[in-house]
Design a protein around this ligand. Structure first.
Ligand SMILES: NC(=O)c1ccc[n+]([C@@H]2O[C@H](COP(=O)([O-])OP(=O)(O)OC[C@H]3O[C@@H](n4cnc5c(N)ncnc54)[C@H](OP(=O)(O)O)[C@@H]3O)[C@@H](O)[C@H]2O)c1
Length: 322
């Protein structure tokens, strides 16, 4: 082969790539950009529809709940902030009113409540609902994590995690649903986790509680389809919050360690924005997680044996590192 012919072939490739881009790539990039732009404009417009809506956020004293309080307050919502630590709720309320100049200003209502104590819940929640005469959006976000072995975990810990993450959501939703059904509108958002789709070793109680939440929402959504009530389940991956610090161990002690996975997780503000978007788009389910985690969910569904083998390997590795 002569040198001239080699050079001509060498130059042909960039030309072919350019033509392929012009014929296929360019229209795709153009369509995608136009779609994204329209989506941004639509969302900006849609945010206005949230003005004056009554939004109850549980677990609003820190982490994701606090970030959610910011994004919904910015949209002009009337907030009801729920958690156990009253002082922290007051801090969040002050931050909101000092940071944003919203007209008209709705001072967020705070409701100090231990959601794991369901006997107390009904009377306190009914009282607070009178403040704004109803509720439009409930975000069931409060939760506690867990670190421990199945075999040595006290059953009281399993029950406490289940109470905080599952029964609290079910109980609060059942108190609020009749109001929404009566007004023929409402939106319930459940913060689950990717661990509500894939259970990993040493998280049994947490994963079980999040799987339960997922199942309950799927049933409720189907049953209440004709009452104009929307149900959105959210499955986030790791978020940079105090969740691992506050996690319970098998003996019921507080874990107190900031896990590396948590430190490297998503910013709570980013996840809160994605949740707001899911509410505006009335999505039934949204998974906010990296690509590999989404692949693991697909593997669990399509190739369960492979998933079980991978988790067994992971459990072995973690046990060796202990
Ligand atoms: N961080 C992550 O990596 C991650 C990933 C996926 C899903 N999630 C989910 O996101 C949600 C928020 O967690 P986070 O990451 O923001 O952790 P966080 O900072 O520890 O927040 C947990 C919130 O829940 C409240 N809470 C816990 N138990 C409660 C109870 N019995 N009654 C009332 N409030 C209670 C806490 O407030 P008080 O202490 O004041 O009561 C706190 O505001 C949880 O459901 C969690 O499972 C988190």
């Amino acid at each position: 082969m002569g040198q001239k012919q080699e050079a001509a072939e060498y130059h042909m490739f960039p030309n072919i790539a350019r033509w392929l881009f012009l014929i296929f790539g360019f229209p795709i990039v153009l369509t995608w950009s136009a779609y994204s732009l329209l989506d941004i404009m639509w969302l900006r417009q849609k945010r206005k529809s949230l003005k004056n809506k009554v939004v109850m956020i549980t677990g609003a004293s820190s982490g994701l709940g606090e970030a959610l309080a910011h994004v919904f307050y910015k949209c002009g919502c009337k907030l009801i902030l729920v958690s156990r630590r009253e002082e922290e709720l007051k801090r969040v309320r002050n931050d909101l009113t000092n940071t944003y100049q919203i007209v008209p200003t709705h001072l967020p209502v705070i409701l100090p409540l231990d959601l794991a104590k369901i006997d107390d819940m009904k009377s306190k929640v009914l009282k607070v609902l009178l403040v704004h005469d109803g509720i439009d959006i409930l975000i069931n976000n409060a939760g506690v994590s867990y670190r421990g072995e199945v075999i040595s975990t006290d059953i009281d810990v399993d029950m406490k995690v289940m109470m905080s993450n599952y029964f609290s959501q079910v109980c609060l939703t059942k108190i609020i649903l009749p109001f929404m059904i009566k007004q023929n509108s409402g939106h319930i958002v459940g913060i689950s986790s990717v661990q509500g789709r894939i259970a990993i070793p040493y998280r049994s109680a947490y994963a079980a509680s999040k799987y339960s939440v997922q199942a309950w929402y799927d049933s409720a959504r189907a049953e209440i389809f004709n009452k104009n009530i929307k149900f959105t389940i959210v499955n986030p991956g790791y978020i940079k919050t105090s969740l691992s610090m506050n996690a319970l161990t098998g003996s019921g002690q507080v874990y107190g360690i900031m896990d590396e996975t948590t430190v490297n997780g998503y910013e709570p503000d980013y996840v809160a924005e994605r949740i707001l978007e899911a509410v505006l788009k009335q999505k039934k389910e949204v998974t906010i997680a990296p690509f590999l985690v989404k692949c693991a969910i697909i593997i669990r569904t399509l190739f369960p044996s492979l998933f079980f083998w991978l988790m067994q390997k992971r459990a072995k590795k973690l046990a060796n590192n202990r």
